[in-house]
Design a protein around this ligand. Structure first.
Ligand SMILES: [Zn+2]
Ligand SMILES: [Zn+2]
Length: 140
């Protein structure tokens, strides 16, 4: 097993009933400005990163997790005790778990790479950096 795979990053919800960990690097992060993320976070954007689902492990609080299917096949998991948005999984890409980065204990090596869904960005938040901006998902 390569060294990087042994790295563990812990994460939790606000009340601490939901605890999870991620093995290995979190990798690149994106800021999502879509309307759904605004509502979920109560803020201008969500900081998210996708990791392979096999590297994401729920340590405790499985019975505490609520799930909201915001669009068909898109499951947004949250703590039903405190309301924290924790992660997202989709039927389309079950091998990926999209983490809400705020719950992670200051994950090392994460770099924000892009702004996505900027067409839905609110007027009261201004993007002040030169990172690429995409109207929806990043184009490759
Ligand atoms: Zn909680
Ligand atoms: Zn979003």
């Amino acid at each position: 097993m390569p060294l990087s795979q042994e790295k563990l990053t812990a994460g939790r919800c606000l009340c601490g009933k939901v605890q999870y960990q991620v093995t290995g690097d979190i990798g690149d992060a994106m800021r999502c400005y879509c309307r759904s993320c605004q509502c979920v976070t109560g803020s201008a954007f969500a900081s998210v990163a996708a990791v392979e689902s096999k590297r994401f492990q729920l340590v405790q609080g499985k019975d505490q997790l609520g799930c909201y299917e915001s669009s068909p096949g898109k499951h947004r998991y949250f703590c039903s005790g405190c309301g924290s948005a924790v992660f997202v999984q989709t039927d389309k890409q079950p091998h990926l778990t999209r983490l809400r980065l705020g719950g992670l204990e200051n994950p090392p090596g994460v770099v924000t790479r892009a702004h996505i869904f900027v067409d839905e960005k609110v007027d009261w938040y201004e993007i002040m950096d030169d990172l690429p901006q995409y109207s929806g998902w990043p184009t490759r």
